[in-house]
Design a binder for this molecule. Sequence first.
Ligand SMILES: Nc1ncnc2c1ncn2[C@@H]1O[C@H](COP(=O)(O)OP(=O)(O)OP(=O)(O)O)[C@@H](O)[C@H]1O
Ligand SMILES: O=C(O)c1ccc[n+]([C@@H]2O[C@H](COP(=O)([O-])O)[C@@H](O)[C@H]2O)c1
Length: 583
Amino acid sequence: MAANGFKSPAPVLPGLGLHSFHNDSPPFAGAATSEHGDPEYLSLESSQTLPSSSSHDDSQLLPERHLHQHGDHYRNPQNNLTRLPSSSSINTIQTQSKSNPRIDAPVPQRIPIPSNNSNPVDDDLSLSSSRSRRLLSGYLFGNPPSPSENKNLAEEVGAVANTASGGRGRRPSLDSEEEGRYPLPTPPIKDDRDSPPLSEAFKSYSSPKPSQTNNRTLSAQSSDSQIEKRTGEISLNDSPEYRPASSTEATASHEANSVGVTNQTGIIKLTNNPEQNDTRETGSRSKEPGHGQGGYDPLDGLNDGEADLDLSAPQATDGGSGAYLRGEVDYSLPRHRLRKTMKDESKIPLVIVACGSFSPPTYLHLRMFEMAKDEIIESQTYEIMAGYYSPVSSYYKKSGLAPANHRVRMCELAVEHTSTWLMVDPWEAGQPEYQRTAIVLDHFDEMLNGGKNGEGGVTMNDGKKRRYKIMLLAGGDLIESFGEPGVWSEPDLHIILGRFGCLIVERAGSDVWAFLLSHDILYHHRRNVIVIKQLIYNDISSTKVRLFVRRGMSIKYLLPNSVIQYIYDNKLYRFTDVKATIG
Ligand SMILES: Nc1ncnc2c1ncn2[C@@H]1O[C@H](COP(=O)(O)OP(=O)(O)OP(=O)(O)O)[C@@H](O)[C@H]1O
Ligand SMILES: O=C(O)c1ccc[n+]([C@@H]2O[C@H](COP(=O)([O-])O)[C@@H](O)[C@H]2O)c1
């Protein structure tokens, strides 16, 4: 018996990704597609409204007529009409119950909000413990119920997992004394994502000139002195001039595309217009023309940390999502960091979408994408074209949900100066009713691969189009909620896992592999599921961040400063703001 509980060591297959170095993982991931074609229920007829984005490598070349098949499924949110998922597509799922109670639109309520509980802190605390219970529920408590032919599978999986962990219910941690038995691999250095060391990036900036400093003014008297004292420490700069007086000023300062950055050498004002950054040395990597249109390749940009200073990374246009959410402009998918050509056309162009509350977004949510990126690069099957956050709308019944416009803006702030390849799509947040995740992914498919004139997809060197593959990025806890009765509809799970695909980031305390084995639909689509091992566990929780804010505690280093500043400016997550707000 191997240490991982399997009878023999898990085979290391080519293209399995980082997790294959950890032999506690069954060899599921890395393969993009089913070897035997999509099951019947995933084959959508052309008349059906959920267009197929088959995951077959050989079907990635998208005939132009395919692109024409996507009609104008989504209407402008202003006219209050949203296409719900095709009942026809759901009907095609022949192996599933035809009377799923969730199909007709229930809003998932993963965490019941006690109606008689007026204390937001209690809500968040119960949310916290509910989350812990949810983490356990995957297989330890027999969720989800297995079909009759597999009725003992959950117990078997539990036994396997227990054996794997020496009977302690968890797999050995990399931090434990058993570390030596699970040596960390040395990932191959990829030329195409190398970036200069951080020190080099700093070297390329000179000391600030007084005239370069940001002249935002401080609102000396805030209405909430305690919170201000605490959170004031975590503004972009400790200097009072760096604290915007109001959210309007903060936004204005953002819209002016400038940011104050402090480093050991002092304060530097940087603009997003490279020509204005006269302090930056010429010839730095991010100024070199990329291979993509516009001369900038997001994936070629500086990595996190350094990217704070990567002024060449395209920024969202002013007021884009805010104006859309206010109903002032029509919706359009942000594309400023979307790559439109591929470096290696033998790979599958991939767009990663993370759905969630992001109330607020934290460094964990940013790290999820970077972990996914490492895994994808390692697997050598896909080429990442972009990553998107899709914050859920205010109609999602979850405690602690700040209004959607704030969560969208916080996500934007989180990515704008920390990432070169992530964007925020406000579509879901701006919908007049809750949208299920299958619908959100379908929306991305339509936006990226649709187009009446065949403009969707990635253009290959030979001029042909190839579909963007879209995969959902989610934490292990979210995936384990697949097994909670009444939360997800089975047809939707087939769409999410079969037609799209999932990148699952392990979460401390959850055993994704065991859950994958125990859940029939997940197991069925396992070749379209990639499990990402957290090599450094990060368990920053939005719930706890909200509680810290509520209690006036520091949240510095848990989320980007720009987001902290926004929370502070907009007085989010204080006494009355913790509860969900619909509107
Ligand atoms: N510690 C974590 N490890 C892995 N994935 C996580 C972790 N925290 C959140 N996620 C994932 O991030 C996505 C968005 O999650 P969400 O916005 O609910 O964050 P959260 O911190 O769990 O929030 P909350 O505390 O409000 O429930 C989900 O896919 C979730 O599974
Ligand atoms: O589509 C569904 O049926 C469904 C059921 C439960 C949850 N979701 C989505 O999962 C995400 C949950 O995010 P969170 O913050 O509750 O972890 C959010 O984007 C929801 O819309 C989606």
